[in-house]
Design a protein around this ligand. Structure first.
Ligand SMILES: C[S@@+](CC[C@H](N)C(=O)[O-])C[C@H]1O[C@@H](n2cnc3c(N)ncnc32)[C@H](O)[C@@H]1O
Length: 267
């Protein structure tokens, strides 16, 4: 297991937008020394960004900014859809329209030459990409395939939130080529999840872990947040213990970052 503790993540402050962010795609080259942080990846910038125009792109970060609700700590560019959206509901027009724009954005992205190597990694981040129907994920992948090509052994990751997917949806995503899941758990205590304003409880966390394992997905990662208010050392220890017991292949620990709109953090 690879444990990555990001105690001082570098998140840039992007002002909260209440409307749907412009379709966001970030194309980059894996050889760059400075990969974008998750926060930077979720840029509001509508323009596709090739980090270094001299090098062909090898990675695509696709931002899918929809969540059921905004978590209290979150300052990402997202749209809260409300609890009316269930995982079985047909396409929400806000999601479908966004994906349509995103595909146009991909098609319009300038590439340096016609013989670029195919993409080696594709990352669907959010927001909560597991709220997006697999059919729409497929259309994004088709757009990426026809524009850039995708390696047969691509690493394709998707962020998923407990309570937003079932076995069927997970299988459909795996059939599309998704081979890595990043599960946003944050904490293993009911009271902390509630204090964070998470849209799920502990039962959904375990259900999500079971679904991932039962679908045979070996490569999955878990996100936790440390330094939450009222998080005792015992709670943190319990979260780490339960994380290890769940056997993810990777753990990302984010130390809580508190954003004050327009004012840089005082540390
Ligand atoms: C793009 S977010 C994942 C969003 C996903 N829908 C979820 O909530 O699980 C990636 C991770 O960043 C971390 N994160 C987001 N905002 C944070 C903050 N203000 N402080 C610390 N970590 C944060 C969380 O652990 C989250 O899982």
């Amino acid at each position: 297991m690879l444990l990555r503790a990001t105690f001082t993540p570098i998140f840039t402050a992007i002002p909260y937008k209440s409307k749907i962010p412009a379709a966001s795609l970030s194309i980059s080259n894996a050889f760059l020394n400075n990969p974008l942080s998750v926060r930077e990846n979720s840029s509001l910038n509508a323009n596709a960004t090739n980090q270094n125009p001299l090098l062909p792109p090898t990675s695509a970060y696709v931002h899918l900014p929809f969540c059921r609700k905004r978590c209290h700590y979150c300052d990402f560019p997202i749209v809260a859809l409300g609890s009316s959206l269930s995982q079985t509901e047909d396409d929400d027009p806000r999601i479908a329209n966004y994906v349509q724009l995103l595909c146009r954005e991909i098609e319009a992205t300038k590439v340096a030459s016609n013989n670029n190597p195919p993409l080696e990694t594709v990352f669907f981040g959010g927001g909560t990409p597991s709220l997006v129907p697999p059919r729409l994920i497929w259309s994004i992948l088709e757009a990426l395939r026809s524009k850039f090509g995708v390696c047969p052994d691509v690493e394709m990751s998707i962020e998923m939130d407990p309570g937003t997917f079932d076995t069927r949806k997970t299988r459909e995503l795996l059939d599309l080529g998704v081979n890595r899941v990043s599960l946003g758990v944050q904490a293993f205590q009911k009271e902390l999840l509630m204090a964070c304003g998470r849209a799920h409880g502990i039962d959904e966390v375990y259900e999500a872990i079971d679904i991932i394992s039962s679908c045979g997905l070996k490569n999955w990662s878990m996100d936790l947040i440390s330094s939450l208010p009222h998080q005792t050392p015992e709670m943190w220890q319990e979260s780490l213990k339960r994380t290890v017991e769940s056997k993810p292949t990777h753990v990302s620990v984010y130390d809580l970052q508190v954003y004050t709109r327009g004012v840089p953090p005082a540390f």
